[in-house]
Design a protein around this ligand. Structure first.
Ligand SMILES: Nc1ncnc2c1ncn2[C@@H]1O[C@H](COP(=O)(O)OP(=O)(O)OP(=O)(O)O)[C@@H](O)[C@H]1O
Ligand SMILES: [Mg+2]
Length: 383
């Protein structure tokens, strides 16, 4: 089984590329589920069908579902819901606000992850394609399996505190059942899913990017954090590339600007494979159009394959109080390396190759001490 997760900034084309990937895989004869973990759903619009919270077969071998977080909380997490709204109403919060607030940080992510886990465990699919929410939320989602223990501890401590202050009231409102008995089970699922998401033989992460400055910056940030969490990227998809010729000076200006950013994307994400899709003039919705899109991106290649199974592109380690950033840049002739730090960005120039890195928070504000290149690795020491 394979899991392919597309992420990137809002509006870059994650839903379109995810659905296109799924359609293409389904038409090649494999059973595929495309699932959206974004609360603002548009998978149904992209596929041109109505979708529910249960997997629905849209055409042969192609299944899709949209998770409805609020409904799900009401249905499966009612005990949590009752518990937390009671606690909030204690503090004077109105019932409606309490209802909204009980979607606690992490709750959406946990529910989305649970759906991925269910699909992965069902044995029903050869491939699961995840259409993720914009980068920030997805990073929280991906950090969740690891921060789960922190999360359950936090809830347990709230529980203890609340029981101390308002035990009589809470016990009156609360069902007799112990709501925390659910936690270890969810914890086990999280651990399993974490293993699956970390396994590069199963899961590949792909960043969708447009040739635009802010979008690239966010994509680089996503790359840094994926690497930090130990998740493996296997490709970058550049979407909405103009391939037209024009005599219009304004449009030509846009095309030229895209060219600059295309070079930047190629340099910055090296050595990852890079695919691209043109900006289509028509609406790319419905399975046939999506198949055209998949062909524009992947050509004759099978989108369910692992496109990159070499080393992680970044790694940060702490040694004797100093931080080392390892960047995997194979097959580069390095005679001279120049580095420039600006805020959370590190600009590296190697010959005529310029690479921007978004530094993880632990490295921001530190000074670079030295850089060494060996065995395809550029090793930058910070103090
Ligand atoms: N290559 C393309 N050519 C033309 N239109 C495109 C292309 N890619 C995406 N679109 C259109 O751009 C819009 C945004 O795409 P999409 O919904 O796939 O992005 P997204 O990254 O999922 O957005 P969000 O972050 O809001 O979920 C949609 O209307 C989609 O049909
Ligand atoms: Mg989307």
């Amino acid at each position: 089984m394979r899991i392919i997760l597309y992420l990137g900034k809002g509006g870059v084309g994650k839903t379109s590329i995810s659905s296109a990937t799924a359609v293409s895989i389904a038409r090649s004869g494999k059973r595929v589920l495309v699932i959206s973990t974004d609360v603002a759903h548009s998978l149904a619009d992209a596929l041109g069908v109505e979708l529910g919270t249960k997997p629905q077969e849209i055409e042969k071998n192609l299944f899709a579902l949209e998770v409805n977080i609020l409904a799900e909380i009401r249905e499966h997490w009612e005990e949590f819901h009752a518990y937390f709204s009671t606690m909030l109403m204690q503090d004077g919060t109105s019932e409606i606000v309490a209802d909204e607030l009980t979607i606690m940080p992490g709750m959406e992510e946990m529910i989305s992850l649970r759906h991925i886990w269910l699909a992965a465990n069902s044995g029903n699919y050869d491939v699961i394609v995840v259409d993720a929410a914009p980068t920030g939320e997805t990073m929280r989602l991906l950090a969740m399996p690891e921060s789960y223990r922190w999360y359950t501890d936090k809830i347990a401590s709230w529980h203890v505190r609340a029981m101390g202050v308002a035990a009589p009231l809470i016990t009156k409102f609360m069902p007799k059942k112990n709501i925390f008995k659910l936690m270890p089970e969810v914890g086990e699922h999280m651990k399993e899913l974490h293993g699956v998401l970390m396994d590069p033989e199963i899961t590949s992460f792909r960043i969708v990017v447009n040739p635009e400055n802010m979008v690239i910056k966010e994509a680089l940030r996503a790359q840094t954090y994926l690497n930090l969490f130990g998740y493996k990227l296997d490709a970058v998809v550049i979407n909405k590339v103009f391939d037209q010729k024009t005599k219009d000076p304004f449009f030509q200006c846009l095309i030229d600007r895209q060219q600059t950013y295309l070079t930047k994307i190629n340099d910055c994400f090296y050595p990852l494979p890079i695919f691209s899709s043109k900006q289509f003039s028509e609406d790319m919705t419905g399975t046939d159009k999506l198949l055209d899109m998949a062909q524009a991106v992947f050509g004759k290649e099978d989108p369910s394959q692992i496109f990159y199974d070499d080393k992680h592109t970044h790694k940060v380690e702490k040694l004797n109080g100093k931080y080392k950033l390892h960047l995997y840049l194979p097959n580069i002739e390095i005679e001279r390396v120049q580095m420039n730090l600006k805020g959370d960005e590190l600009l590296i120039e190697v010959n005529n190759f310029r690479k921007n890195i978004i530094l993880p928070n632990v490295l921001v504000g530190r000074k670079t001490e030295s850089a060494k290149y060996h065995g395809g690795n550029l090793e930058v020491t910070f103090n």
